[in-house]
Design a protein around this ligand. Structure first.
Ligand SMILES: *Cc1c(COP(=O)(O)O)cnc(C)c1O
Length: 478
């Protein structure tokens, strides 16, 4: 049995190596030393499994290379750009809405310099961070007042806690939703201190069900927009305006969790049944909550609009301090909302643009992508075919799972069963590439590709296929 372990130099000796000196000149010393110790430990494990002599010079070379690699991975961070070829517009796993160019410029400004986040520049006094997007939200939705918190889950929690702590909240059984990422209305209700009173049945709830459940302990009537599922067939739901009427008669506020919160529906997208925020405000709901990063197309945030006394009470709630948004969120949201005032959200907000794309436009883009792919990949050995296909795209973000947006994509087929390998290698690229896998091919939907990504995507696919081909040839030679 050879003992190679004795050939491992000490950490101090290793640190004098040129390559490690280089690392030390770029990175924090403690960090480099930690990584070196890990590399040495990994080396020990490797050497224990080897029963031939390994020279000291070899060990030094391996350890140094390993340190370089580990440092490279660690200093790159784990958050990576992803090219979204899935055709799912709002992919919660992919960070939901990409921001508009104006939002990014504004973010950059507000992040680079000081700003008046909590300063009233007119009076020279302390101001409130909550004034910044309030007027915009009121103008756009028609509401009296508005407040922004960390996300819609926080908005629902804050609304329930402010309006119905220690009181009963009446909800239809058909609306006790769970959203991906474990947001469940009953759980949030419990956390808020409100008591859930379920009325009606899963498929049918009538106004009288709410009316009969009202008692002196009732604090709130609650409606959730069930954007992520549809109950079809023998069903009845109470219209928001009828619930509002009941609320007015019984002196109870009505709160609606709208989920996605659309401000603007492109006429062509077909989401006709989806209520806009403006419609909910017009129907008279006292408090409405929705996400900033779903179909609004902004940064992660929870937007609350409604009647002034309720919004003011929420601003004073201690919970708000724990749920508050930072300057970057406010900056990105403000710029996003201004795009709606400017009047061309379907041009300037990536999410709305994707929603608005016509099948003809998508077909043209798919044909262009097909051309680029064919020109670049045509000569590779195990490529079988590249062709334009019709696809069903999705809104995503847990919203409208049954709703299909007719789109186009490019399907790439391979001669051997390389599909899994190609998809996995594409995910490991930087930017990573996410495609839709089909039975027999790799499918790239063009709707969710952003400017310039068709070319980048083609380069990445070429790289991956070339590497796999090289691996194959190596395999044959051995
Ligand atoms: C998405 C959604 C939520 C959660 O919103 P986040 O912004 O992700 O916290 C809550 N309720 C409904 C109905 C939703 O669709």
């Amino acid at each position: 049995m050879v003992n190679n372990l004795k050939n491992i130099p000490s950490v101090d000796e290793l640190l004098t190596e040129q390559s490690l000196q280089e690392q030390l000149s770029h990175y924090n010393r403690d960090f480099v030393v930690d990584v070196l110790r890990e590399a040495v430990e990994a080396m020990r494990t490797r050497l224990k499994a080897v029963d031939t002599e390994v020279t000291r010079a070899h060990i030094i070379k391996w350890v140094c290379q390993d340190v370089e690699q580990r440092v490279q991975v660690l200093t790159r961070g784990t958050l990576k750009r992803v090219i979204n070829g899935t055709g799912v517009i709002l992919h919660t796993n992919l960070g939901r809405a990409p921001l508009s160019q104006t939002a990014l410029n504004y973010l950059h400004q507000m992040g680079s310099f000081y700003n008046n986040l909590e300063l009233d520049l007119e009076k020279g006094e302390r101001g409130s961070r909550y004034v910044h997007v309030e007027e915009l939200l009121c103008r756009l939705t028609g509401a009296e007042a508005a407040l922004v918190v960390n996300n819609n889950a926080a908005a629902v929690l804050l609304g329930l806690n402010t309006l119905a702590n220690n009181q009963e909240v009446i909800v239809s059984r058909g609306q006790l939703v769970e959203i991906g990422g474990a947001f469940r209305i009953p759980e949030v209700m419990k956390l808020s201190g409100a008591r859930l009173i379920e009325v009606g049945t899963t498929n049918k709830t009538y106004l009288r069900d709410y009316a009969e459940a009202i008692s002196e302990d009732t604090g709130l009537l609650f409606a959730a927009h069930t954007s992520n599922y549809k109950i079809e067939g023998f069903t009845a739901e109470v219209a928001l305006s009828d619930l509002v009427k009941l609320g007015q008669e019984t002196n109870l506020p009505v709160m609606q969790d709208l989920g996605s919160g659309i401000l603007f529906k492109p006429s062509s997208c077909g989401l006709d049944e989806e209520p806009t925020v403006q419609q909910s405000v017009a129907a008279g709901a006292d408090v409405i909550t929705f996400s900033g990063d779903k179909l609004l197309g902004g940064p992660q945030s929870g937007i609350i609009v409604g009647r002034k006394p309720y919004i003011e009470a929420m601003k004073k709630n201690q919970l708000t301090r724990a749920l508050r948004v930072d300057k970057l969120t406010i900056a990105a949201l403000e710029a996003t909302l201004i795009e709606y005032l400017a009047g061309f959200p379907e041009k300037n907000l990536p999410i709305i643009r994707m929603l608005n794309m016509s099948p003809a436009e998508l077909q043209l883009q798919a044909e262009q992508l097909e051309d680029i792919l064919t020109a670049e990949l045509g000569t590779l050995a195990f490529l079988d075919s590249i062709r334009v296909v019709e696809v069903d795209d999705m809104v995503g973000g847990g919203a409208y799972p049954t709703y299909r947006l007719p789109g186009y994509g490019v399907e790439i087929r391979f001669k051997e069963r390389k599909l899994e390998a190609v998809a996995a290698c594409l995910r490991r690229q930087d930017p990573a590439v996410l495609t839709r896998k089909q039975e027999d091919g790799l499918l790239i939907s063009v709707r969710t590709l952003l400017d310039g990504e068709a070319t980048l995507l083609t380069q990445k696919i070429f790289q991956v296929l070339q590497d796999l081909e090289a691996d194959d040839q190596k395999g044959e030679q051995h």
